[in-house]
Design a protein around this ligand. Structure first.
Ligand code: PLP
Length: 372
């Protein structure tokens, strides 16, 4: 079978042929044509969050985590104190990298099946005036929970604390409007809801704090202030750019705009999500989250209670039918995840559900219902 497998994973994800074809050309990093592509991508990214007046956008080589690390290192002074609102695996990763960057870090733990609590965050901030910054994961891709960005942003503004948002799996799908929502830094990447290929992240930094970020970073490669200043001066990336990733993202953004931008992307993902949950429910699968707190980005399902179930076998059989599922990331219960994002629609999701049904049949599982 020479057709690409459908990736039901939260990045890398399935991209269009047009996006893939954009990579069939070599570009010089000094070349004016390539630097015009970078400039166009940056302009489009700022437009997506309506941030041209209030923010700059700084692209960075690497996977999304590189940009989260760079945002913390660049925005938080070395003697800063970061409060990470923790309801999942990506929150814990953000806390770990914050500590490794040498910043004081406090975790505020929450249930991974629930959004973080604004009231508890307010209490923690009032109790400890030494906290300078809050880190919020917008969509916690670990379980798929949507966190309350607007109330947390309002709270940070009211209490005079900085806010760093990891919007990796929500940016371009869920609404983020810099005119309404105040953040110091917001991080996303090429290979998520913009449906580009992985290899670069980007960080929106509030103009009002930009100058004050000079010299914060103890890392050369992760210094977004330095990257910004160099890029503004020369139009070039500081170090070798991921040229093919940038041109693929440029092409992916053109398709995003033609589709109707963020509202249209959200609508398609919402249809994917509904098709998925309905189809899987008919097989007995039960989502881990209450639909009220679920983002239409990635769905965590309970593993079937049937003793014949085993994720490795399940994964391999679905893979043989052309669909790549994703393991669970929860510590307490056995689960697996299915992404709703990527250049796919309800037809592909229905085919995926059908593949899962045949897979269950192969495994001799008659109902995928979880343990009571
Ligand atoms: C994908 C993702 C990241 C970045 O992960 P990488 O593997 O470094 O690309 C960070 N945070 C969230 C919430 C994500 O979904």
């Amino acid at each position: 079978m020479d057709r690409d497998k459908i990736l039901l994973t939260p990045g890398p994800l399935t991209t269009t042929l047009r996006t893939k074809l954009a990579m069939l050309k070599d570009w010089g990093s000094w070349d004016a044509d390539f630097n015009a592509v970078t400039a166009s991508v940056r302009k489009s990214l700022l437009a997506i969050v309506h941030g041209a007046d209030s923010h700059v956008v700084v692209p960075l080589q690497g996977s999304g985590t590189f940009s989260v690390e760079a945002a913390v290192a660049t925005v938080v002074p070395r003697d800063g104190h970061v409060l990470v609102l923790d309801n999942g695996a990506y929150c814990k990763r953000a806390a770990r990298l914050t500590s490794l960057m040498g910043r004081r870090c406090t975790l505020l733990p929450f249930d991974e099946a629930q959004p973080v609590s604004v009231a508890a965050t307010e209490a923690a901030l009032r109790a400890d005036p030494s906290i300078t910054h809050v880190v919020l994961i917008h969509c916690e891709t670990g379980a798929g929970v949507l966190n309350p960005l607007q109330p947390i942003a309002d709270l940070c503004e009211r209490l005079g604390r900085g806010l760093i948002v990891d919007a990796m799996s929500s940016f371009a799908a869920l609404e983020i409007d810099a005119r309404k929502t105040r953040f110091d830094a917001l991080v996303a990447a090429s290979g998520k809801c913009l449906e580009g290929v992985p290899g670069m992240g980007f960080v929106f930094i509030r103009r009002a704090i930009l100058d004050g970020c000079a010299g914060n970073s103890q890392s050369l490669a992760m210094d977004l202030h330095d990257q910004y200043v160099y890029m503004e001066k020369t139009t070039q990336w500081r170090f070798t750019p991921p040229t093919h990733v940038v041109v693929a993202l440029h092409e992916a953004i053109a398709q995003f705009e033609a589709e109707g931008g963020q509202p249209a992307r959200l609508a398609r993902y919402q249809r994917n999500y509904e098709t998925l949950v309905r189809g899987m429910a008919a097989l007995g699968f039960q989502p881990f989250l209450d639909p009220a707190v679920q983002a239409p980005i990635i769905v965590t399902f309970h593993a079937p209670a049937d003793p014949k179930y085993d994720f490795k076998t399940f994964y391999a059989a679905a893979r043989a039918r052309g669909f790549i599922l994703y393991p669970g990331k929860l510590t307490t219960v056995e689960t697996f995840r299915v992404g709703c994002i990527g250049a796919i629609g309800p037809d592909e999701i229905e085919q995926a559900v059908h593949a899962v049904a045949l897979t269950l049949q192969d495994m001799g599982i008659t109902s995928a219902a979880p343990a009571a």
